[in-house]
Design a protein around this ligand. Structure first.
Ligand SMILES: Nc1nc2c(c(=O)[nH]1)N[C@H]1C(S)=C(S)[C@@H](COP(=O)(O)OP(=O)(O)OC[C@H]3O[C@@H](n4cnc5c(N)ncnc54)[C@H](O)[C@@H]3O)O[C@H]1N2
Ligand code: MOO
Ligand SMILES: [Mg+2]
Length: 394
């Protein structure tokens, strides 16, 4: 049995890039950018007022001395010129600063009587002006390739007029559950049966990442598994399976993969949950096969530990470790890397974890109480308030 670190390396080493495609701007949310985005003009594109008030030439006016209003500058109007430097122009937030002016004074700091204003508070040159090009200069890179696109990036893409965006292509995935005990969610299970849940959980996780997937359920019958998995290998880039990989009499998958010439890269990892994990690759079809142990917590945790990082690595994103502080003392006297369910909260800027008591990897209800897992190394003892690597759930 190999260690978690070795298993992780083996999986990540097979990272795959699925190419590039173009999508409409709003379709790109949640995807990975596949081009550098440059500023198409200076940001801001002109000296911009940041307040509603008056624009003045700070050299030519005095505090408490009446100043004539020459005109009004609205956002969206072309640039005006202050003809007499001893006068002022009313100006609105977002408007172009008129020529011959160098400061903006807020309405709250002036008194207006008819066509005249008096300034009631000291002022300085350049105040309340968002200078042309101060955020970014034309031609500079404002978003780098391999950036994850969330709402903030959508705004940036919109402002440079990217209605079509180049993004990393996503793999096509088959979700395959196995087991004679499983019935469809619309059925009422008999006492010895349960409703299938892993495939739906996996589908939800992929949907969140906009990855297209198909669900397939197979019985614990070697012949059927062989035929259907062969078809899936020919059709999909990735297979995510659950169940049928441990030591049981009906755990046929390792044998079926061998028959179908899917090269085994690892089977069984010194970790808990998720120990019977099987991973391999079909050289013939290029399909990556993640065969997760059937217990719901094992499938869910292994998806995050291995598949998520493999997917990100293929898109050129290197997952960063997150650290959390565990309030309680803990020991792991086994030779397995343990992934313990936790609920993490932000307490005064420190991510603090609390252990969730579950009934092992078959306890699917415990997942909804957890925000992720912490990694506890084999044969280790820790006093309270120690830092651990945290893997958060999607
Ligand atoms: N002798 C040993 N027995 C077991 C070992 C071992 O090392 N030696 N490992 C245990 C561990 S750890 C796990 S995890 C499980 C993994 O088993 P399989 O991958 O073979 O999965 P199944 O036997 O098919 O099912 C296990 C369990 O999970 C439920 N399950 C399966 N698929 C689904 C699904 N789609 N939705 C909901 N629940 C599912 C299934 O009903 C079983 O209860 O093996 C241990 N045994
Ligand atoms: O390793 Mo298993 O995944 O504990 O139930
Ligand atoms: Mg089994």
């Amino acid at each position: 049995m190999i260690s978690y670190q070795e298993a992780y390396k083996i999986v990540i080493a097979t990272k795959t890039n699925f190419g590039i495609e173009e999508v409409e701007l709003l379709e790109s949310t949640g995807r990975v950018l596949a081009e550098d985005i440059k500023a198409d003009r200076d940001f801001p594109p002109f000296n911009r007022s940041t307040k509603d008030g008056i624009a003045v030439n700070s050299e030519e006016i005095r505090l408490h001395k009446p100043i004539k209003i020459e005109g009004v500058c609205a956002a969206g109007s072309t640039q005006k010129t202050l003809e007499n430097a001893e006068n002022c122009m009313e100006i609105m937030t977002g408007a172009v600063l008129p020529q011959n002016t160098d400061a903006v004074i807020m309405y709250e700091e002036i008194d207006i009587t008819g066509d005249f204003v008096t300034i009631t508070k000291p002022f300085k040159k350049d105040q309340n002006i968002h200078k042309k090009g101060s955020d970014q200069k034309k031609g500079e890179i404002i978003l780098r390739s391999n950036t994850f696109i969330s709402a903030g990036e959508i705004g940036i893409l919109a402002t440079v007029g990217k209605s079509i965006v180049k993004v990393q292509k996503l793999p096509k995935i088959a979700i395959i559950s196995t087991g004679n005990e499983l019935v469809d969610i619309n059925e009422t299970p008999l006492p010895h049966q349960i409703r299938m849940s892993n495939s739906l959980t996996l589908k939800a996780l992929l949907d969140q990442r906009k990855i297209e997937s198909e669900i397939l359920h197979l019985p614990d019958e070697k012949d059927v598994l062989e035929v259907k998995i062969r078809e899936a290998l020919n059709k999909f880039d990735v297979l995510l399976l659950s169940g049928g990989v441990s030591k049981g009499k009906y755990d046929f998958l390792p044998e079926v993969f061998e028959k179908l010439k899917v090269e085994k890269l690892l089977h069984r990892v010194a970790q808990q949950p998720g120990k019977p994990f099987w991973f391999g690759e079909s050289k013939e079809t290029g399909t990556h096969v993640f065969s997760f142990p059937g217990n719901p917590v094992s499938t869910f945790v292994n998806f995050h530990l291995y598949f998520r990082d493999w997917l990100l690595a293929g898109s050129g994103i290197h997952p960063q470790d997150q650290k959390v502080v565990l309030k309680s003392a803990i020991e792991n006297l086994s030779n397995l890397t343990k992934f313990l369910l936790v609920k993490v909260e932000n307490s005064a800027g420190i991510l603090t974890a609390e252990l969730i008591n579950g009934n092992g990897s078959g306890d699917l209800i415990s997942l909804s109480k957890s925000s992720g897992v912490i990694k506890v190394n084999p044969n280790s003892k820790h006093s309270d308030n120690k830092e651990f690597t945290y893997i958060h759930f999607d």
